[in-house]
Design a binder for this molecule. Structure first.
Ligand code: GLA
Length: 366
C-alpha cells in the first residue's frame, strides 16, 4: 500500500466513522435539557411501560409522568364499594420509581371517567344522598391516596369544575356535574380536606383547561381564597393547556393566570400540553403535517416554552398529554381524524417542535 493511498483510506474511514457517529448520536433528552429548570414529562399508559424500548425512551426523555387514564376512578374503582383494581396504575408507578421519575396522580374527582356507582343511592330519582356521596368520596380518596402514599407526590384533586364560558349545564359558572348537583360547591373543599388527611405530604392541585380565560381565572382565584380562608390546603393549579395553531393567539392570558396564582403562594404546573396542528382542534382543516406546517407548529411550541421559561420560578412541571402523535386523544376526539399535536411522531422520531423545545433550554441559566 503506498503512503498516499493509506492516508486517503484513513481520511475516508475517519469521515465515515464521524458521519456514523453523528448519525447515531443519541437524541438529546428533554429531562436533561430542562434539569435545572423544571421537570418535564408526559401522560403514559401501562402498556407503554411494558415494552422495553418504549419504557427506555420514556425514562430517557422524561423525569415526571402521569397516567393518562389508569388512575381515574373509572379505572381504579369501577365495580363498586371497596372493589379496587390497582394493578395497571401500579405498573406505571413501579416503573417510574425504578427510574427516579416523579409521578403526578390524575384525577381524584372529575365529572368524566368517574366511578358511576357512587352517584346511585337512596336519594330522589335513585341518586345518592348527600351523606352517601360524602362518605363515598371520603372512602375513595382515603383508599386511593393511601395506596399511592409516598409514591405519588402530587394529585389533581379536582378536575374541570368551572365552565363560566360555556353554554349548557352550569350554575354561576360551576359545572352542574353529579358532584355539584348532590353536594353543591362544597365538594371541592371536601375533596381537598380528605386528600390532605390521607397524605399530608402530597401536593394538591386544582386542574382545568382554558385557564387563560379571565372568567375561569377569576373562579380559580376565588376558589383558592375560599380554601385558604378555611385553612384547607391547596398547593397548586394545573393548567391543562390543550391548544391549537390559532387558539389562543398568544399565551399572555395563561401567563397572567400563572402570575396571579403564584401571588397567592401557589405553584403552577402545565399538566396536559398539546398543540393541535389544526387552527381549531374541534374543526380539523388539514389531513397531513407538511414540513411547512411542522415548522409553524414548532414555532407555536417555541412561543409556549418562551412563556413557560419566563415563568419558570412559578412553574414546577410541564407535561405533554401523550407520548407520541399516534396515541394522542386528538386522533379520536371529537371524532377520528388526523392530528399531530406532540413532540414525537408515531415512530417516536423527534419533530421540529421537539428541536424547538430542546434549543430553548440551554439559553437559560438556572
Ligand atoms: C381532560 C382530562 C384528561 C384527558 C383529556 C383528554 O383534559 O383531564 O384526563 O381525559 O381530557 O382525553
Amino acid at each position: 500500500m503506498n503512503i498516499s493511498f493509506f492516508i486517503r483510506t484513513l481520511i475516508i474511514t475517519s469521515l465515515g466513522l464521524l458521519h456514523f457517529a453523528a448519525f447515531a448520536a443519541p437524541l438529546p433528552s428533554l429531562a436533561k435539557a430542562y434539569e435545572q429548570i423544571f421537570p418535564i414529562g408526559a401522560a403514559i399508559t401501562p402498556g407503554e411501560v411494558m415494552v422495553p424500548q418504549t419504557a427506555n425512551f420514556i425514562a430517557r426523555q422524561y423525569n415526571i409522568i402521569v397516567a393518562e387514564n389508569a388512575m381515574k376512578p373509572q379505572s381504579l374503582n369501577r365495580d363498586g364499594s371497596g372493589l379496587y383494581t390497582f394493578e395497571n396504575a401500579d405498573k406505571i408507578v413501579d416503573f417510574a420509581l425504578a427510574h427516579q421519575i416523579k409521578v403526578r396522580g390524575h384525577a381524584l374527582v372529575w365529572h368524566q371517567q368517574a366511578a358511576d356507582w357512587m352517584f346511585r343511592g337512596s336519594g330522589p330519582d335513585g341518586y345518592a344522598t348527600r351523606e352517601e356521596l360524602t362518605e363515598r368520596l371520603h372512602t375513595y380518596i382515603h383508599d386511593v391516596v393511601t395506596h399511592f402514599k409516598g409514591r405519588v407526590y402530587a394529585w389533581d384533586v379536582v378536575n374541570e369544575a368551572f365552565i363560566p364560558d360555556e353554554k349548557g349545564a352550569q350554575e354561576n359558572g360551576w359545572r352542574t356535574s353529579n358532584w355539584y348537583r348532590i353536594l353543591g360547591p362544597s365538594y371541592i373543599e371536601l375533596a381537598f380536606r380528605f386528600a390532605h388527611e390521607a397524605d399530608p405530604d402530597a401536593l394538591l392541585f386544582y386542574n382545568d383547561y382554558n385557564t387563560e380565560s379571565p372568567r375561569k381565572r377569576a373562579m380559580i382565584l376565588e376558589l383558592i381564597h375560599t380554601l385558604q380562608d378555611k385553612g384547607i390546603p391547596i398547593h397548586g393549579v394545573g393548567h391543562q393547556s390543550h391548544y391549537s395553531m390559532a387558539y389562543p393567539k398568544d399565551f399572555s392570558g395563561l401567563e397572567t393566570t400563572i402570575e396571579e396564582v403564584s401571588k397567592l403562594g401557589l405553584t403552577n404546573q402545565i399538566t396536559e400540553l398539546d398543540i393541535s396542528i389544526h387552527l381549531d382542534s374541534r374543526r380539523p382543516d388539514v389531513e397531513e403535517a407538511t414540513p411547512a406546517l411542522l415548522k409553524d407548529h414548532a414555532e407555536r411550541y417555541k412561543q409556549f416554552f418562551d412563556m413557560a421559561l419566563r415563568q419558570r420560578k412559578h412553574i414546577s412541571a410541564v407535561l405533554m398529554w401523550g407520548l407520541h402523535d399516534e396515541v394522542s386523544w386528538l386522533r379520536y376526539w371529537p371524532s377520528p381524524r388526523f392530528d399531530a399535536p406532540l413532540l414525537f411522531d408515531g415512530k417516536l422520531r423527534p419533530k421540529p417542535a421537539f428541536w424547538a423545545v430542546i434549543k430553548l433550554a440551554p439559553t437559560i441559566k438556572p
